[in-house]
Design a protein around this ligand. Sequence first.
Ligand code: NDP
Length: 336
Amino acid sequence: NRQIVLAERPVGAPTSQNFRLEDAAIPTPGEGEMLLRTVYLSLDPYMRGRMSDAKSYADPVEIGAPMVGGTVSVVVKSNLKGFAEGDWVVSLGGWQDYSISNGEMVFNLGKEPAMPSWALGIMGMPGFTAYAGLLEIGEPKPGETIAVAAATGPVGATVGQIGKIKGCRVVGIAGGAEKCKHAVENLGFDVCLDRNSPTFAQDLKDACPDGIDVYFENVGGAVFDAVLPLLNPHARIPLCGLISQYNATSLPDGPDRIGMLMGTLLVKKIRMQGFIIFDSFPNLYPKFAADMQQWIAQGKVKYREQMVDGLENAPEAFMGLLEGKNFGKVVVKVGD
Ligand code: NDP
């Protein structure tokens, strides 16, 4: 049972020294448990938070323990009602070949799911995050302008495409020309801007002649600085993620802009609301799944995956994800 464990906590950006590949015995499932074999492992930005022991909404990974992560796995042996050998399941198997589960937080995909890895992306946690955050907090109305960064990742790409379905103008922000081209040509964004351009703030202003009504916050940092002056009265900000600061070891350079932020929220009567997907929207998943299945079938939502071959390559792919080296949803093919 190959496992990638947390060797030490990162200071700043994770390095390969923070991870270690180990080999453990394949565990035996007890009463009320099942043994799962990992086929696909999802890599997600939140994992950076679990590597740190700073207080957060979830416990950190212990040093020496396998990294946590969502997986699509096959049931090898089950002592659990509702799960049989050969079933495909979505679970929290972690960065390892085999895991034990008691069935909690496990979703059965049946014997022959069509696109099993999609359960980690467009049909799973990131897709649901985009849907719930945009529709429940963003409340987009036809004709409004939505801005979203990390625009080709699983959350941002889905936010933009749902925004188009809802009749909005969608302005994407991504790292580099190739990603921006994809957002416009394949995902149907109205425009997409390169966040690395020296003229980015002005480009964003030019791309939003009517201001911004919904800013779906995935990244924070310099992108938010450029967005803030463009927000319209009554704008909504679903606060989903702040990836630009996940590796930070100190506060950003001054001057302190909190007063300006709060002043803008106040005078423009802006609503900014954080959310953690399964905590904040415990009952919405079935509605999301039904809508999303339909949109995909109708060709209204497209989905791009970056498949990484082999568990041993997970650390490098994860470090790349935090830097924007990924292009689409990062999934590791762990086994067959
Ligand atoms: P992505 O696949 O989009 O990967 C992250 C992307 O962030 C990178 O590809 C890069 O895109 C961008 N990025 C990295 N560094 C910076 C930076 N300094 N400034 C601006 N952009 C940067 O990830 P996901 O779609 O899985 O997640 C998107 C966000 O949603 C994350 O912040 C994540 O933590 C959050 N999230 C929150 C959830 C919740 O429940 N609240 C649930 C799921 C995700 P590019 O190079 O194109 O700019």
